[in-house]
Design a protein. Structure first.
Lengths: 287, 316, 391
């Protein structure tokens, strides 16, 4: 799921050279929209599927109206403007939906699935993994094998050249942004039942997404995938095993505090180390 | 210069007037605004003049706050020890962090400063001995500055000192080099100047002053809490700088005053017609803040100070 | 430009002065609680019950018209503290109340104590303030933090569970909870895990529980944390193998609403149940349901009792709330009808009361409630009172 967000983010940044802090807000919008649609249609699948184009549409609207003016500006202005957008979107969601929304897990998937004798894994999480893989494959095919994908890669590698070659950059940008927003919607809608759907949910995951794309290399989808997997693993392994490891040496309260703390820090350490050796990430799209 | 002196005089008599009007709460509030002004001004140095977009500045404020707070909690209550200690530790932290971060550029710099800020945040959060998530309540202010008016004057003095420091720095050779690096780094490098060292020095000075602001904050509220280090706080400081005027002498001060003042006004004085338009609008104050910020970025990038500066060329 | 800001501040100061000292013919109460975020349901319940109590009394408490200033601490200790600062120093409230979580409360109440403003806690009651740090301006209208957990530990002992796995968030109340459980549980504690406050993803912890295979699992995860844990616990399938025990608020209405039928048969412990048979409780439950169209949780019961306690104290001093010492005495005598039945204060101003065993079941109308099925403790105090030096 982190990959979905990171992929959208890296595309936007790689191609449009724009830092979009409001990306997390699109994720939040996706989750809230999904909760509304699920409530309206009574079906989880329908709700999620409806939320995707809705969020994409909102994202593109945002791009056309506000974000377009920021492409030419310096990074600081982009950071500030999108930060302002976060504030605005957070409050707007609060006005429309309230502080949180309910997104119940579909009953069919609430139970566990017997993977091996003795190993039961929540069915819903299997679904998330499956969806993630399918989308990753789809994105790869789109970017590597289609004409549009080629345009995207060209734009990421060298925008001026692509422009000179006559590519309709404006439309391309809007579409890319729309795709990014759609990816956010999928992530938001799918993660909603697992975590709370609430205002501000975008910020926490946004930092992680940024860490992922910095590690993976700006503009590269493959980098986003590798980065997301690395970050996810470090985070989970850290949270699951470090406390046990510390528990052997320290008292429970110290171990329980130190373990997660160091696990959270571990991700940033990973990023710092990778940046030190590869200042532009593992798979930079630009040379 | 005349405007600055007029302002200084006004600020000096303010607490006496407030005290006479039984407005001690507002004296305390004014102190708080000035402390944030110091922090915002320090960020202005790094961000406005130096062009270093650091999302980790709150970490230095927080470091100063915790050092000062821990000193008091451990019984070392003199401000003459606690505050310089806070400045020193923050300077050290910014030296180390700056040395690593300044090797990167652009978005990588932003991300890595953010990462360090988060690391400090989690580190402090896990320090259960000093409150952890609950924060640390302090028994008193440094050097027993419990008297609101006395504390106010101390902060005022330090604020004026900070602004004066910024003024001298920006007009000095050092300042001009920093601004030049922000404008065109390659050219400065070609001129043979050690870019890295200049930037690092600027970063450290900013970090040290931020530490002072943190120490003052800890004494003011008699409370330190990991939230001071959160990256959202860095964002708030940035908003103050942009609002007030990036790269302008009084930018940090104006930004802090306007932002905190507006926040307080909105919470305290309900406006009836606004409430009819948007019920419970006071709870959604951030919407207004966001909108104003967006407007400034899009239409008035020079901030409030820029609007009033008119035709004067403010940035070298 | 800058002059304008200064002028505005001066103007405000004048406005403040114009308001003058407030007259003592009105009661001002500062109510700070967690009204947003995943655990908002708790603060909202307390607030709703508190306001309903005031309304039922004709907008008055103790005979004085009551103005309740409401603030949202957003689950952040520093926000709570800033609000407390404002209410105490600017609005000059007579009472401060409302907070749900111990960490926010511990950060905020020093402000009240310094200015000799009484804080009445409708929920959080951590052990430090029960023992060595007991404070004359601190009254608890709910129950000592450890109490529910002590009762749960006793229940686990009564049921003969040989091993137990414990989980709580890493803050003062979390510490208190597991300490309380262990005080009365005589079996073997397999593990004691502290999670991050506000954590919503328990996959790592659940994996560890699965590996440990305990006879029972005891969790203290209030609000949104509990909702997510129970959902994930049921999703993992372990709910079929390992009995889950929770303290009463871990299975009350705010959790029943989002989780639903998966909670049937869950045992919990509390000082109050919706079906307690006394006139005050019957009146409260009926009024709450009528006004808000939902069943009250234990938090609502506490909020109601808090308002009634303040009412009794103000009545006891005949409305003369400026004499804080007199108000304290009146409050300590606790002459009011609590919805939980008998109520009296211990030396440290924490309550002495009964604790019941409850089970999640359906009531006559088919709704999920916590039915009381037995008494675990009678007239139970707390373990820290001997450290308190107050008389």
């Amino acid at each position: 799921m982190l990959f979905l967000l990171a992929a959208g983010l890296t595309l936007v940044f790689g191609i449009m050279d724009m830092i979009n802090l409001a990306h997390g807000s699109l994720y939040m919008l996706g989750a809230f929209l999904a909760s509304t649609f699920v409530a309206l249609t009574g079906s989880f699948t329908a709700g999620v599927l409806l939320a995707i184009p809705a969020t994409a549409l909102l994202g593109m609207l945002l791009e056309v109206s506000v974000l377009r003016t920021l492409y030419q500006r310096d990074h600081l202005s982009q950071v500030l403007a999108t930060f302002a957008l976060i504030l605005i979107l957070n409050e707007a969601v609060r006005l429309v939906w309230g502080s949180d929304a309910a997104l119940p897990m579909p009953a069919a998937l609430s139970g566990p699935v017997q993977l091996f004798p003795g190993l039961r894994y929540p069915a819903y999480r299997l679904l998330i993994i499956a969806v993630g893989l399918v989308i990753a494959l789809g994105l790869y095919l789109l970017v590597a094998k289609t004409r549009i994908g080629m345009l995207v890669r060209a734009g990421a590698a060298n925008r001026e050249m692509a422009l000179a070659m006559g590519v309709n950059i404006r439309l391309l940008f809007t579409l890319v942004f729309g795709v990014g927003a759609a990816l956010c919607a999928v992530a938001g809608a799918l993660l909603g039942p697992l975590f709370a759907v609430q205002v501000g949910m975008g910020e926490n995951i946004l930092i992680l997404a940024f860490v992922v794309i910095v590690i993976g290399g700006i503009g590269s989808i493959r980098g986003a995938l590798v980065g997301a997997i690395l970050v996810g693993m470090v985070d989970t392994i850290g949270r699951a095993f470090l406390p046990i490891f510390f528990g052997l040496v320290f008292q429970p309260r110290v171990a329980s505090a130190a373990g997660p703390a160091i696990a959270s820090v571990a991700i940033y350490l990973l990023m710092a180390v990778i940046l030190y050796f590869r200042p532009t990430g593992l798979f930079p799209a630009r040379g | 210069m005349k405007k600055s002196i007029a302002l200084a005089v006004l600020l000096s008599i303010l607490p006496l007037a407030l005290q006479a009007a039984d407005g001690l709460f507002y004296v305390s509030f004014a102190s708080r605004v000035m402390i944030y002004a110091i922090a915002a001004t320090s960020l202005n140095l790094a961000l406005g003049y130096g062009g270093m977009i650091s999302f980790g500045h709150a970490a230095f404020v927080g470091t100063g706050a915790y050092v000062a707070g821990i000193c008091i909690a451990e019984g070392v209550t003199s401000a003459w020890i606690g505050w310089p200690a806070a400045i020193a530790v923050s300077a050290l932290a910014s030296l180390v962090i700056g040395a690593v971060c300044l090797r990167t550029r652009g978005v990588y710099f932003i991300m890595i400063t953010l990462a360090f800020a988060q690391m400090m945040y989690y580190l402090v959060n896990s320090m259960k001995a000093y409150g952890g998530d609950e924060g640390l309540s302090l028994p008193q202010r440094a050097s027993d500055l419990g008297n609101e008016v006395a504390f106010y004057y101390v902060v005022l003095l330090l604020l004026l000192g900070t602004v004066y420091l910024l003024k001298r720095l920006s007009e000095s050779r050092f300042g001009r080099v920093i601004v030049a690096i922000r404008e065109n780094e390659a050219r400065v490098e070609a001129l043979g100047l050690p870019v890295f060292r200049y930037q690092l020095a600027c970063f450290v000075i900013a970090g040290a002053v931020a530490g002072l602001a943190g120490a003052l904050l800890a004494s003011h509220g008699k409370y330190v809490n990991p939230n001071v280090l959160h990256w959202a706080q860095s964002g708030t400081l940035m908003i103050m700088v942009i609002l007030g005027g990036v790269g302008r002498l009084w930018g940090g001060v104006i930004g802090a005053a306007v932002l905190l003042g507006l926040e307080h006004l909105i919470a305290e004085h309900p406006v009836a017609w606004l409430d009819a338009l948007v019920p419970n609008y006071q709870q959604h104050a951030n919407l207004g803040v966001g909108a104003v910020l967006l407007a400034i970025v899009l239409f008035a990038p020079q901030g409030i100070a820029g609007l009033f500066a008119g035709k004067r060329h403010a940035q070298a | 430009m800058i002059n304008r800001t200064t002028l505005t501040t001066l103007f405000l100061a004048a406005a403040v002065a114009a308001n003058g000292a407030h007259a003592a013919d009105k009661l001002k109460i500062g109510f700070i609680s967690t009204l947003s975020g995943p655990s908002a349901a708790l603060g909202v319940d307390i607030r709703d019950a508190f306001l309903l109590a005031v309304k039922t009394n004709g907008g008055k408490l103790g005979g004085l018209p009551a103005e309740v200033l409401i603030g949202d601490d957003q689950f952040k200790p520093d926000v709570g503290r800033q609000l407390a600062d404002k209410y105490v120093k600017l609005d000059k409230v007579n009472f401060l109340t409302g907070m749900v979580f111990s960490n926010i409360m511990l950060a905020s109440v020093p402000v009240a104590f310094e200015s000799k403003v009484i804080y009445v806690s409708p929920n959080a009651a951590p052990s430090p303030l029960a023992g060595a740090q007991c404070n004359p301006y601190f009254f608890v209208a709910s129950w000592p933090n450890d109490a529910y957990h002590e009762a749960a530990g006793q229940h686990a002992t009564n049921k003969g569970y040989k091993s137990a796995y414990l989980i709580a968030p890493n803050y003062q109340a979390g510490k208190d909870s597991l300490a309380g459980f262990k005080r009365f549980y005589k079996g073997q504690v397999v593990a004691e895990v502290y999670t991050q406050l506000g954590q919503l993803d328990y996959s790592a912890e659940l994996a560890q529980v699965r590996a440990a295979k305990p006879a029972a699992l005891y969790i203290f995860l209030p609000g949104g944390m509990g909702i997510n844990f129970i959902k994930q616990f049921v999703a993992s399938g372990m709910s079929q193998d390992i009995p889950l025990i929770v303290p009463g608020f871990g299975s009350d209405q705010d959790i029943i609403r989002p989780v639903g039928d998966a909670m049937l048969g869950l045992f919990d412990t509390a000082h109050w149940a919706i079906d307690l048979d006394n006139p005050a409780n019957k009146k409260f439950v009926a009024a709450f349901e009528k006004e808000y169209k939902r069943l009250p949780s234990v938090f609502a019961a506490q909020g109601w009792d808090t308002a009634m306690l303040i009412d009794s104290a103000v009545r006891g001093v005949g409305g003369k709330v400026e004499n804080v010492e007199a108000v304290r005495k009146a409050m300590k005598s606790a002459k009011f009808d609590s919805v939980r039945g008998a109520f009296k204060f211990n030396r440290n101003q924490y309550p002495i009361q009964n604790y019941y065993l409850r089970v999640v079941a359906k009531d006559a109308k088919g709704r999920l409630i916590n039915k009381s099925i037995g008494t675990i403790f009678k007239d139970h105090g707390d373990a820290y009172v001997q450290d308190c030096k107050m008389n």
